[in-house]
Design a binder for this molecule. Structure first.
Ligand code: GUN
Length: 279
């Protein structure tokens, strides 16, 4: 079994854009609402990555009582500010905020999370049209590429059908000629599907959803889940210890997909800036 070391690759990718960043002077703006500890940790990592890459990082923090109108107003201001190249709103948002309207408000050219309909639509078409693909799926594709894990003709099983991970990663791998099955909460016999997987991607948010008896020998496991177990330790959606004995490759949690999402955000910020400068 080998580890898919997202932390190491993320550092390498962030390092690789430094020169480009110094030519382009990109700026990423991050809007953070409330004090969700996980969101605060993610945002801290994004800030650190920007500092390493040489991307200017702006953070706008609001209390969780903020209104939809105020949030939309801030997004409009940042859309219109030519010194801002990338703009993300950290999720989740409090209940009074309607997330689809927030995502729709972000200018597609600055949507470096790749959450909006324009960038998702381009991602849907083919790898050649991917412009700002969603950050986590892009990170997963980069991780598989780096370890020379071919996807063409492979049985890929994705567990989870969120707009941000499950659906777009399914499409991106379908566009790379994998045979993709997307499972979700209503899937009847989950293990019948997962047992067939050459590559298993799990993005649900449920500790030990996937156990060793649900995978075949030699499987490649990409665990997107970030949960806390009873002891308060971070863990994914798969039983890492037992599945490690059967898998050919597996991502650790932490240190797998998480850092790759951050690296993908950095790559998208560079890309967005290049497009805006038309260079
Ligand atoms: N919340 C959890 N992951 C993400 C992410 O990649 N982007 C944003 N905006 N919010 C998140």
């Amino acid at each position: 079994m080998a580890i898919l070391d997202g932390k190491a690759l993320s550092e390498q990718l962030i390092d690789s854009v430094k020169e480009r960043a110094s030519e382009l002077s990109p700026t990423l703006a991050v809007i953070l609402v409330g004090e969700n500890p996980a969101s605060m940790a993610y945002v801290r990592n994004k800030k650190k990555a920007c500092e390493k890459a040489g991307i200017e990082y702006l953070e706008f923090k609001y209390p969780d009582t903020i209104t939809q109108e105020s949030l939309l107003e801030k997004i409009k201001e940042l859309n219109e500010d030519d010194s801002v190249n990338g703009l993300i709103v950290q999720l989740p948002l409090p209940d009074q905020i309607y997330v689809p309207d927030i995502i729709r408000a972000i200018a597609p050219v600055k949507d470096v999370d790749g959450f909006g309909a324009y960038n998702l639509g381009k991602t849907f078409l083919s790898p050649d049209f991917e412009d700002l693909p969603p950050a986590t799926p892009l990170g997963i594709v980069k991780l598989l590429d780096h370890y020379d894990i071919q996807v063409q003709g492979k049985e890929v099983v994705v567990v989870g059908h969120s707009n941000h991970v499950g659906k777009p990663v399914s499409v991106m791998l379908l566009n790379r000629n994998a045979t993709v099955t997307t499972c979700h909460i209503y899937t009847k016999d989950l293990s019948a599907h997962t047992k067939r997987a050459d590559i298993l991607i799990v993005a649900v948010g449920k500790e030990k959803l996937i156990t060793a008896d649900m995978v075949k020998d030699g499987v490649v496991v990409v665990d997107v889940g970030i949960n806390r177990n009873k002891e308060g330790k971070l863990c994914g959606d798969t039983d890492f210890e037992e599945i490690s004995k059967k898998a050919s490759y597996i991502t650790p949690v932490p240190g797998g997909v998480g850092p790759m999402t951050v690296a993908a955000l950095i790559l998208n910020t560079i890309r967005a800036t290049e497009r805006q400068h038309k260079v």
